[in-house]
Design a protein around this ligand. Structure first.
Ligand code: ADP
Length: 423
């Protein structure tokens, strides 16, 4: 205790005050002494000055020391109060301690050593108490802060939940709209396709060449539109977790070659070489043939669409006895590294401008990715801008039965009407 201690002595007896003063001065502590002669003076000083310790006489002229102790404590003063009692006042001392006195000392036992010891003890206890008070206060404050932050977090959580609900609702509406629209559009479209096919078959000789050409264009555009609508419907079904695979055994070579031949005319139009290799040629697999064909069509049509010169290669092989690998490689425009993940998201296209050179909805790879996942497989891509891209699909040779619909992250309860589907 090196700092100067502020001590108050409260006693109406000048002789007693002097005795305490002398004893305190003899104690080896730096001290600043104040004195009060009655209750009123003492309370006034206590209210306005921060003391480190108070020695007070039990008997004061205007009030007794017990009242002073009680009032000081009621004022919230924590300063150590040491009461100086007369001889034989032990019962009173107990009362004083109950009222909040820190310690008591019989006046007859006042010596410098005793006073110093009482003073040191009282201050030590006081400081320890103050530390507890400060720590408690800090605890209360941080508790309050935490409660406030908790309330704010709860508010934010509720807002996010509300926004989430709105987003889910908006997304549901979107998916519902897509499903309804594609369904509604396909009915008249089927009529257009059907009638133009009929017209082409029956009107040979009655229509002029240019009229036949126009009907053919109507048919081709109708088919293209139907493919787009089917993509949208597929996506809606995948999002609703309603797309199911129908596995059956088939010859992989047949499906791959048939699909490549279907698309060969597109490669020929652009003077691209299109090569296909299936090894070994008679691999039997168990999968959904139409969905596997869809995966191939998406990858192959993209490869042809995004390639202006060079060629496209389709390579199918047995990776191990129970896994197959399909590789579609092209020498096209390539994809920048930072775009490689995004292209598998629905509606994502590297060129999203309305003036883009290559047509498309941005759904093909999203659907392909979902289908491959449903087939318990994996799709990956490597690409270099200006050099070309390689898409690789790894699949089990045999799908596990029954094939569960994909657990989509956005499982919407859509009203997708399966019976409306046109094959
Ligand atoms: P779409 O072809 O209808 O635009 P996809 O989902 O099939 O949609 O492909 C998304 C995007 O990924 C394409 O718009 C294109 O930017 C890019 N992409 C896909 N395949 C290739 C490829 N073989 N070469 C270059 N870019 C490709």
């Amino acid at each position: 205790m090196e700092e100067t201690l502020r001590v108050l002595v409260v006693d109406d007896d000048e002789v007693d005050r002097m005795a305490v003063r002398r004893a305190l001065k003899k104690a080896s502590l730096p001290m600043e002494l104040s004195e009060a002669v009655n209750y009123a003076e003492a309370i006034a000083l206590l209210k306005t000055n921060p003391f480190d310790c108070v020695f007070l006489d039990y008997q004061l002229p205007d009030q007794d020391g017990l009242i002073l102790v009680r009032d000081a404590r009621q004022l919230g003063l924590l300063v150590p109060l040491v009461v100086l009692t007369g001889q034989g006042d032990e019962q009173i001392a107990v009362e004083l301690m109950k009222a909040g006195a820190t310690d008591y000392l019989s006046k007859s036992r006042i010596t410098p050593e005793r006073l110093e010891q009482v003073l040191r003890n009282a201050i030590r206890v006081y400081r320890a108490e103050m530390k507890v008070v400060v720590a408690n206060q800090q605890l209360r404050e941080s508790n309050e802060l935490l409660k406030r932050q908790n309330r704010e977090l709860e508010l934010q959580r509720q807002q996010i939940q509300l926004q989430n609900l709105k987003l889910i609702e908006a997304s549901q509406l979107k998916s519902q709209f897509l499903a309804t629209m594609s369904h509604e559009l396909r009915t008249p479209l089927n009529a257009i396709i059907g009638f133009s096919q009929l017209l082409l078959r029956r009107s040979k000789g009655t229509l002029t060449t240019s009229q036949m050409d126009m009907v053919e264009r109507i048919l081709n555009n109708g088919k293209h539109l139907l493919e787009l609508l089917n993509d949208i419907l597929d996506l809606s079904k995948i999002e609703a977790g309603r797309l199911e695979l129908k596995p059956e055994p088939f010859n992989l070579n047949h499906i791959v070659n048939a699909t490549v031949e279907e698309l060969r005319s597109l490669a020929d139009e652009k003077h691209l070489s299109l090569q296909v290799k299936v090894e070994p040629p008679d691999v039997q697999v168990v999968n959904d043939p139409s969905r596997l064909r869809q995966v191939l069509v998406n990858l192959l049509s993209n490869a042809i669409k995004f390639t202006e010169a060079g060629g496209v290669w389709v390579n199918v092989s047995l990776f191990s006895s129970d896994r197959i690998t399909i590789i579609v490689r092209d020498t096209g425009i390539g994809i920048a590294q930072e775009q490689l993940k995004q292209i598998f998201e629905p509606f994502r296209q590297v060129d999203q401008t309305t003036t883009r050179k290559h047509p498309g909805t941005g759904l093909g790879l999203a659907i392909t990715d979902s289908l491959v996942q449903m087939m318990q497989g994996k799709i990956s891509v490597e690409s270099q801008v200006g050099k070309g891209s390689t898409f690789r699909v790894d699949l089990p040779r045999q799908l596990a039965f029954p094939c569960p619909p994909m657990a989509s992250e956005t499982l919407f309860n859509l009203n997708v009407n399966d019976s409306s589907e046109v094959s």
